[in-house]
Design a protein around this ligand. Structure first.
Ligand code: SF4
Length: 386
């Protein structure tokens, strides 16, 4: 049995290699908090205090909550916390947190609407395959009409669209757990508070839609558990990846940063890539010259009215042909099929076929004799020098 969470599943689809390091090899890497994470976590703690105290009939004033936030901020502060956006200071971020709490307080006071049932839950939803799904609800609440509310606080600087929220899987899975646990639940609303925008957004799902979400999650897990290779997926998220220094994409770069000039020049990788670059440049230059001479030979053949031009040991044959341009559309492919030409003229796209093979989209019997041979490619690009 494995306990899957939304972040675990997302991690796999963001980068299988990162997933392997984090969840299979369980490699621990100490990474300092960013100030955004720090501020967000403290705002969550203030929200938890607000509703926990209310359960004990203790109503905090806005000032008391803001003082609590200040106390947390200074009590937990570490100089290791990273501020990536250099235009903003620690105080800017603290003021953002204060504003989020203040706006939220003004919007929902006197807090006598829906009743809180649980805060920061630690539960699990059973999945068909015997695995479990981690249920971590910021706040679960209900009213007297059998409406339940799965509430999530968002402290990031981006707001989602309704389209995205209506497809969100995380809170949908939470609501499935709510329906299982609370049999009186007539309706479960998924509620996000985008605190930076003082905006509440709601999404609802039918039981049928929820079953579909659960099935999708189970299929994703099935796929995760079936793979034996964990390739790297490079993306803009790599800048926030705690395994960047161990990643095959960036490891050599980091190693070189540690070397002095002499060590750098003597590095085998640097020497090989520099040699390859030199040869590539020579090849480019030679290809340019080759094309120039080719055009001159063609011109010569036309002027002389010949189609074979002789050299000392070899000869050049010149032949003209027309390059065919055709539409790469489905309609055109259909037309070829109708005319019975498709099988004759359309070649197999090996990249697409390999992807289908790897994703398990093709029936295995069809693939009995298909083998994917491992080949290596090399693509050159410029190094970013910071
Ligand atoms: S740095 Fe990027 S490619 Fe490398 S493991 Fe992390 S997310 Fe994957």
């Amino acid at each position: 049995m494995v306990a899957y969470s939304n972040s675990r599943i997302n991690c796999f689809y963001q980068c299988p290699y990162k997933y392997k390091l984090q969840y299979i090899d369980r490699i621990k890497v100490e990474v300092p908090d960013t100030i955004e994470t720090y501020m967000g976590r403290l705002v969550h703690e203030v929200m938890e205090k607000l509703y926990k105290d209310l359960q004990y009939q203790k109503k905090n004033t806005k000032k008391e909550l803001l003082d609590y936030f200040e106390k947390l901020w200074s009590g937990k502060w570490s100089d290791k916390i990273v501020i990536v956006k250099k235009d903003y200071t620690t105080d800017n971020y603290k003021d953002m947190g204060r504003k989020y709490i203040s706006d939220y307080y003004d919007r929902f006071k006197p807090f006598n609407g829906i009743k809180t049932l649980a805060l920061e839950t630690e539960n699990f939803l059973d999945l068909e395959d015997g695995n479990k799904y981690h249920i971590r609800i910021d706040r679960l609440a209900c009213n007297n009409d059998g409406n339940y509310y799965v509430c999530d606080y968002k402290t990031g600087g981006r707001i989602s669209t309704q389209y995205d929220l209506d497809r969100d899987r995380q809170l949908a899975m939470y609501s499935l757990w709510v329906r299982q646990k609370y049999s009186d639940a007539k309706d479960v609303k998924l509620v996000w508070y985008f605190m930076a925008f003082d905006r509440e957004m709601v999404s609802e799902r039918t039981p049928k839609q929820l079953e579909g979400v659960k099935r999708d999650i189970e299929n994703m897990i099935k796929h995760i558990e079936s793979v034996s290779e964990f390739p790297t997926y490079k993306s803009r998220l790599c800048d926030w990846c705690k395994y960047k220094q161990m990643c095959p994409h960036f490891k050599h770069e980091y190693e070189l940063k540690e070397k002095n000039e002499k060590e750098f020049k003597e590095d085998d990788g640097v020497k090989l890539v520099d040699e390859y670059t030199r040869l590539e440049n020579e090849e480019k230059e030679a290809n340019g010259k080759k094309e120039e001479i080719k055009q001159k030979i063609i011109k010569f053949s036309k002027q002389m009215g010949v189609d074979v031009v002789c050299g000392t040991d070899r000869k050049a044959s010149i032949k003209s042909y027309s390059r065919l341009e055709y539409p790469k559309t489905d309609e055109f492919m259909e037309l070829l099929k109708k005319k019975g030409l498709y099988d004759e003229v359309v070649a197999v796209n090996s990249t697409k076929l390999r992807n289908k093979l790897e994703s398990g989209d093709i029936d295995i019997e069809v693939l009995v004799n298909l083998k994917a041979e491992k080949v290596w490619s090399l693509r050159m690009s410029n190094r970013e020098k910071k």
